[in-house]
Design a protein around this ligand. Structure first.
Ligand code: C2E
Ligand code: MG
Ligand code: MG
Length: 666
């Protein structure tokens, strides 16, 4: 059996789950991870910048050191050449050698200047010393060429050379020292970056894990929500059974399977009888309870593989796969009906459920889903009409029964087009045998199907809510007719049948009074017939509506007394004016002593409560007489007259008035 799965909650379990699922945690984790990753990225950029700067610094220092060393080499070479020059007394060869060393360090000094490689003051000192030294060397060479003594210049040159050399070497040291200092700073920064990374990596990993948990949680919840949405789309929220969508899918799948395997299957369409009555009189909560109980019973009765769904309202369907023959499907229908018919307790009352089941078979009654459904519907409607319980589809039903659905849409138009006609069945006073009233009974003059009796469309009108339109129309026509009869001199009270749901409508008494006023009919000429079951339960609204109508002077009659969910206490709490004994008892009273006893009991009850009592279904003189003897006040039935169109009843009444004859044995 499928279609009764409950919906699953998608909430995470435990404080840890709830904590992870909270939006604040998700946001904090994502923000934290973003910040952590940014810090790590910034650290990496910082580290690489530090490394690049350090590399550049090392390279620059190496270059500077090399240039300073070159300068040192060049001035040493110049000094050596000067010494050789002085030692050899300035030979041409030595003179050329010395001249070649002149200004040899200038390019390197310019490089130092251009690259800002050493401190400017230091560089100026070197340049100054180098210029001095070079000038002395040039002077020595000039004096030597003149043949003059250069002893003083030679001493001066050696005095100038020593500080120049020291200055250059000092700068080599300075440069190396500043590199060492710089690298020490780089070390500090590297340690800082590493510390930050060591701290941040576990934090980021943790936050990342939280993010992963949160995301996985979100994904799970999204999956569960999708599952729940699918469940909601295919299930009835009240009963948990599959809904119409699931039904269409399963039926289509069964047809496909049938096409492939050639195996027949069957469709059961189930409609509860009198569900509206329960809903309107006991309230929606009781109606819901009833539907849930029905769903439960259906689920229990059906087998694994069967599809049980609620199509809406009080309509259910079962798809039975592989049903070899019609008999098996009908048997399943009877099994279902038997389970449904067991009484159910609602609001403290034992209520009998009944249902009508239509059965259609694949492929015999239809090869497609809509055909199968339509034929099951026709069969179900036939079951309802014939009060037959379970009925299998038969092609002969198509003509007379016609689809209930098309009838439903036609009824509204029919009411609007004035196709409803009201017949009147007279009632006579049993003591005087004179007409004492009439009951308005609706018929539908259908343009194609002819005159339809109320049983063919009232149950459907009650189910679809169209009954309100019907009630208003019948009330209107009946009041118009009462006014006409009054004008003709017949003060004839007329009874109108009112569905239970009108008693749930607080505005109903006002509607009735407005209609009475419009037609100028005094309230005492109108009786409203309500079924016994419409009065059960403590429906405060029903009680108020009835009290209000009574207060206006409208008469209240309880119809079909003895067949509904009896609660005699209602006769005390909401006393009517009249009880109408159901025709089933009256018609069988001469043949069945139990029915006679019931009729007698109802008559006694009514008399003791000072209520009028009417027997309907009086079909012969014997019944008439027996009822008279029992003390029943009024009689209605074919023996007196069948329900007649208004004009014919007018003739009937006039004939009676002029002949003055009491109604006697026909
Ligand atoms: P009901 O109110 O109990 O009406 C009496 C039914 O018994 C009528 O059937 C009437 O034709 C039938 N009847 C009267 N005398 C005899 C008899 O001697 N023998 C037999 N076998 N039947 C007899 P009808 O007109 O087919 O109405 C059936 C039911 O339809 C009514 O039962 C009432 O419940 C409902 N109905 C009729 N008109 C209206 C209406 O305007 N509004 C509502 N809500 N229901 C209506
Ligand atoms: Mg009636
Ligand atoms: Mg009745």
């Amino acid at each position: 059996m499928t279609g009764s799965a409950g919906s699953e909650r998608a909430e995470p379990r435990g404080w840890w789950g709830r904590w992870l699922a909270s939006r604040a945690v998700a946001r904090a984790a994502i923000a934290g991870t973003a910040v952590g990753i940014t810090i790590l990225a910034a650290s990496a950029v910082f580290a690489s910048t530090v490394t690049a700067d350090a590399t550049r610094e090392v390279r620059r220092t190496q270059q500077t050191t090399k240039v300073l060393n070159d300068i040192s080499v060049r001035i040493n070479a110049q000094d050596a050449a000067l010494r050789e020059y002085l030692a050899t007394g300035g030979t041409k060869y030595r003179s050329d050698q010395l001249a070649a060393t002149l200004d040899s360090a200038r390019a390197d000094l310019d490089w130092l200047q251009a690259n800002n490689a050493v401190d400017q003051v230091e560089l100026d000192a070197i340049r100054g010393a180098y210029a001095n030294y070079s000038r002395i060397v040039v002077e020595i060479m000039t004096q030597t060429e003149r043949g003059a003594s250069v002893q003083g210049y030679a001493e001066l040159a050696s005095l100038t050379f020593a500080p120049l050399r020291d200055e250059v070497l000092d700068n080599v040291h300075i440069s190396q020292q500043s590199l060492a200092d710089y690298l020490e700073g780089v070390d500090d920064r590297t340690v800082l970056v590493r510390t930050v990374a060591e701290l941040m990596i576990p934090v980021v990993v943790l936050l990342f894990a939280v993010c992963a948990f949160v995301l996985v949680g979100y994904q799970r919840r999204a999956e569960r929500q999708a599952e729940r949405r699918l469940h909601e789309a295919t299930h009835d929220p009240l009963t948990g059974l599959g809904n119409r969508t699931m039904f269409q899918d399963r039926l289509a799948a069964a047809v496909r399977q049938g096409e492939a395997s050639g195996e027949p299957f069957s469709l059961l369409l189930i409609d509860l009888d009198r569900f509206k009555e329960v809903n309107d009189t006991l309230g929606h909560a009781a109606g819901d309870e009833l539907l849930c109980e029905v769903a439960e019973r259906l689920s229990r009765t059906c087998r694994t593989g069967d599809t049980v769904v609620r199509l809406g309202g009080d309509e259910f369907a079962v798809v039975l796969p592989s049903t070899p023959e019609r008999a098996a499907a009908l048997e399943a229908g009877h099994r279902v009906l038997e389970t449904l018919r067991r009484p159910i307790e609602l609001s403290g009352l034992m209520v009998d459920i009944d249902a009508s089941i239509g059965v259609s078979m694949y492929p015999e009654d239809g090869s497609g889903t809509s055909e199968l459904l339509q034929h099951a519907d026709v069969a179900m409607y036939a079951a309802k009409r014939r009060k037959d319980g379970v009925v299998g589809y038969d092609p002969s039903m198509d003509g007379g029964d016609a689809g209930r659905l098309s009838l439903q849409s036609e009824l509204r138009q029919g009411v609007e087009r004035g196709e409803l006609v009201v017949f009147y069945q007279p009632k006579v006073d049993l003591a005087s045998r004179r007409p004492c009233g009439a009951e308005a009974l609706v018929r539908w003059q259908h343009p194609e199907r002819g005159l339809l009796g109320p049983d063919t469309f009232i149950p459907m009108a009650e189910e679809s809510g169209l009954i309100d339109l019907v009630t208003a129309e019948v009330l209107e026509q009946a009041l118009d007719q009462i006014a006409r009869w009054v004008r003709l001199g017949h003060q004839l009270p007329v009874s109108v049948n009112i569905p239970a749901r009108s008693l749930a409508d607080g505005a109903f008494p006002e509607t009735v009074m407005a209609a009475l006023d419009r037609h100028g009919v005094r309230p005492g000429l109108l009786t409203l017939e309500i079924t016994e079951s419409a009065m059960i339960g403590d429906t405060t609204r029903a009680s108020e509506v009835l009290q209000e109508l009574r207060a206006y002077g409208v008469n209240i009659s309880i119809d079909d007394f003895g067949t509904g969910y009896s609660s005699i206490a209602n006769l005390r709490d909401m006393p009517p004016h009249e009880l109408k004994i159901d025709r089933s008892f009256v018609m069988r009273m001469s043949a069945n002593s139990r029915d006679e006893t019931i009729v007698r009991a109802v008559v006694d009850l009514a008399k003791n409560l000072h209520l009028r009592v009417v027997a309907e279904g009086v079909e012969d003189e014997n019944a008439m007489r027996a009822l008279s003897e029992l003390g029943c006040h009024e009689a209605q039935g074919y023996h007196i007259s069948r329900p007649l169109p208004a004009a014919e009843l007018t003739v009937w009444l006039s004939r009676y008035a002029t002949s003055g004859l009491a109604i006697s044995a026909a």
